[in-house]
Write a protein that binds this ligand. Structure first.
Ligand code: KIV
Ligand code: ZN
Length: 518
């Protein structure tokens, strides 16, 4: 008997983006969607179209770009949400609307203030309306983990009758244990057999998101919702890489199931999301953590040298982590070699992006002797995911420090002209950021600052991530890359400012209309 395919529904761009500080700009979302397509996910939940014009725009652009994954937008069970979702995904080759309403007593009574009958009516109306836009409609019983089984059967009957093709059972608050999820999924999949696909969506509040998803598969779920690096609300969602690699590595147990995921794209996907959101997986995170393949103790190293299988159940190569990250290109490398190398790393750039990346590469190669795969990944990601550059750093001059007054002279290009300003600060960084604030007229509050070296060597690239709140709005992440840490910091700060300006509308609407948060 050939194995059944478990659909992988990735919600990094929707539930993942709901992680504090993980807001992404449209360009960043497009790059992530392209990577998710390479990874082979079946469904990409590209966002929540009604949340803001920015969300709508990103979903619409992704829908036009991606061809082999289904593009989905979330929508509350409200006509205006469903209309936005339907319009945003209209141009997708394969499209889905995902609508939801809470079905647990606690949510219906206290949050929705609706009776169960009203909830059913709303759900049916939402699904019927969604079907006027698409054939593929997913309905979620929000807080299914704490919902009454009888009620979930009743509402599922009604929405299937109205045209829902997938019934998702989210453990919204991450409360359930694997045995409980298994029992819920078994009963619901037997009940709906042949009428709808049962899906699960497990949050990780008790650290059980992945275990619950695997138990769901064995009990009849044929779609699993998850995120790269386990990003998501609070403790996050079940991690895609862990679910997929568990199914693959334990094919003795999961012999009847397979996925469409190309596992060698797992590591590049994880790196892309970490660098865009600035949220690094913990070092000991399964599959993609920095230490996931590190063998520290002498006994383990000895075993590994004799036979890797002694301590390694997954090969780094199988997730696309090529350990032999040798010197790749240098300052004499040409554009063709550069393009070829990028293609090997999974980056297919259009002419404009290729030229911009190549120009940056040449500058880097002049100053840095050895260029590694990670340097190239960082450089290209940085180049591709830039928000529209309203402000561009032209030059930076610093006067320090040891006993004088730290000061910075910053030259910035705007769409209209070039502006030079100088300012002082408590330290060099403070002087740089304050001077940029003076030029832009936006006051930024630095909430977090991280610097890490991209690869090895004293001349390593500094990758700076800043988290800034402009004018008291929700925090925005910015990235800067340069051999010089101060230049990288200035770029990161300006990057955050550009993202803030490109998302200003979105942040305002999220801020002022809390009823729109999911
Ligand atoms: O956790 C949840 O219940 C959700 C739904 C909107 C599917 O994210
Ligand atoms: Zn969720």
């Amino acid at each position: 008997m050939s194995p059944e395919t478990i659909k992988i529904f990735d919600t990094t761009l929707r539930d993942g983006e709901q992680s504090p500080g993980a807001s992404m700009n449209t360009e960043e979302k497009i790059q992530i969607a392209a990577q998710l397509e390479r990874l082979g996910v079946d469904i990409i939940e590209a966002g929540f179209a009604a949340a803001s014009p920015g969300d709508f725009d990103a979903i619409e652009k992704i829908a036009q770009r991606v061809t082999t994954s289904t593009i989905c937008s979330l929508a509350r069970a409200i006509d205006s949400d469903i209309k936005s979702a339907g319009e945003a995904i209209a141009k997708a080759k394969m499209k889905r609307i995902h609508t939801f309403i809470a079905t647990s007593s606690i949510h219906m009574e206290h949050k929705l203030k609706m009776t169960p009958d009203e909830v059913i009516r709303r759900a049916v109306r939402a699904v019927s309306y969604a079907r006027t836009f698409v054939e593929d409609v997913e309905f979620s019983c929000e807080d299914a983990g704490r919902s009454d089984m009888g009620f979930m059967k009743e509402i599922s009957d009604a929405v299937i009758e109205a045209g829902a093709t997938t019934i998702n059972l989210p453990d919204t608050v991450g409360f359930r244990l694997p045995s409980e999820i298994g029992a819920m999924v078994k009963e619901m999949s037997e009940y709906t057999r042949g009428r709808a696909i049962i899906s699960v969506h497990n949050h990780n509040d008790l650290g059980l998101g992945v275990a619950n998803s695997l138990e769901a598969v064995v009990n009849g779920a044929r779609q699993v919702e998850c995120t790269i690096n386990g990003l998501g609300e609070r403790a996050g969602n079940a991690a895609l890489e862990e679910i997929v690699m568990a199914l693959k590595t334990r094919s003795d147990i999961f012999a009847n199931y397979t996925t469409n995921i190309n596992t060698t794209e797992i590591y590049p996907s994880s790196r892309l999301i970490a660098s865009i959101t600035g949220i690094e997986p913990q070092p000991n995170k399964a599959i993609v953590g920095k230490n996931a393949f590190a063998h520290e103790s002498g006994i383990h190293q000895d075993g590994m040298l004799k036979n890797k299988a002694t301590y390694e159940i997954i090969t780094p190569e199988s997730i696309g982590l090529v350990k032999d990250d040798t010197l790749v290109l240098g300052k004499h490398s040409g554009r063709a070699a550069f393009k070829d190398k990028l293609a090997k790393l999974g980056f297919i750039l259009d002419e404009e992006a290729l030229n911009a990346s190549f120009a940056r590469f040449k500058i880097m190669a002049d100053r840095k002797k050895e260029i590694y795969d990670d340097d190239l990944r960082a450089l290209v990601t940085n180049e591709m995911t830039k928000a529209t550059q309203i402000y561009e750093l032209l030059s930076l001059q610093l006067m320090d420090c040891s006993d004088g007054v730290p000061s910075a002279a910053v030259k910035i290009k705007t769409h209209k002209d070039e502006i030079i300003e100088a300012g002082i600060g408590a330290g060099t960084m403070d002087a740089i950021f304050k001077t940029i604030d003076r030029i832009s007229g936006y006051e930024g509050q630095l909430l977090d600052y991280k610097v890490k070296s991209v690869s090895q060597g004293k001349d390593a690239l500094a990758s700076v991530t800043v988290k800034v709140s402009f004018n008291g709005e929700p925090a925005i992440i910015g990235h800067g890359l340069n051999i010089d840490t101060m230049l990288a910091s200035a770029r990161a700060y300006i990057g955050a400012l550009n993202s803030y300006l490109s998302m200003e509308g979105k942040l305002k609407s999220r801020h002022s209309d809390s009823s729109k948060t999911v």
